[in-house]
Design a protein around this ligand. Structure first.
Ligand code: ZN
Length: 191
């Protein structure tokens, strides 16, 4: 099922996700729905918060992004990124290892808004997958950026929090308008 995507201004986007202790049938259904929702919206990643659930759960798939390469190391061996895709991360822990790199980012909760964000170019990732198996890998390029963007969501952080002051100032009017629109919709729903 394609789920509605929560937009900037909705309080759930600022909630830290609860750890998932048991991968229930409901969680597995949510994972399937999140993939369907992400694909329908041509996203590279989607966090549970973006479909209204404050959980430590995100889905990622960078295989469609051939113009922005990714790197992957499994057990210290360079591996084709497609081996790991589509990727489910439950309770992820991300450790930066690389130098800071600037790159373009968008977010399905901020339609039509794009900005350059500085993040570590390489990260080590430790998480559970959908079968409860521990997965560990090192990644770079777009995958490293997606992992960090999505893991931020799980902690209630948004890419606007990582923009430089100038960029955020330039986007202020758009951000304020989106926030106001979301809040008005929420008010409408409560009636
Ligand atoms: Zn996002």
């Amino acid at each position: 099922m394609i789920l509605p995507i929560v937009k900037y201004g909705h309080p759930v986007l600022r909630k830290k996700g609860a750890r998932i202790e048991t991968i229930t049938a409901e969680i597995l259904q949510l994972i399937r729905d999140m993939f369907e929702t992400m694909e329908a919206n041509h996203g590279v990643g989607l966090a549970a918060q973006q479909v209204g659930h404050a959980l430590q759960l995100t889905v990622i798939d960078v295989t469609g992004s051939t113009d922005r390469p990714s790197t992957l190391e499994l057990h210290g061996q360079p591996t084709d990124v497609s081996e790991l895709m589509p990727l489910v991360l439950i309770n992820p822990e991300v450790t930066p290892v690389g130098e800071l790199v600037k790159g373009g980012e968008g977010c399905l909760s901020f339609p039509e808004l794009y900005a350059d964000i500085e993040r570590p170019g390489t990260v080590d990732v430790k998480a559970l997958n959908q079968t409860g198996q521990l997965i560990e890998f090192r990644c770079g390029g777009l995958l490293a950026r997606a992992v960090q963007h999505e893991t931020d969501h799980l902690n209630g952080l948004l890419f606007i929090d990582r923009m430089d002051k100038q960029t955020k100032l330039e986007l202020k009017a758009e951000l304020d308008a989106l926030q106001a629109e979301t809040k008005a919709e929420l008010k409408q729903e409560k009636k």
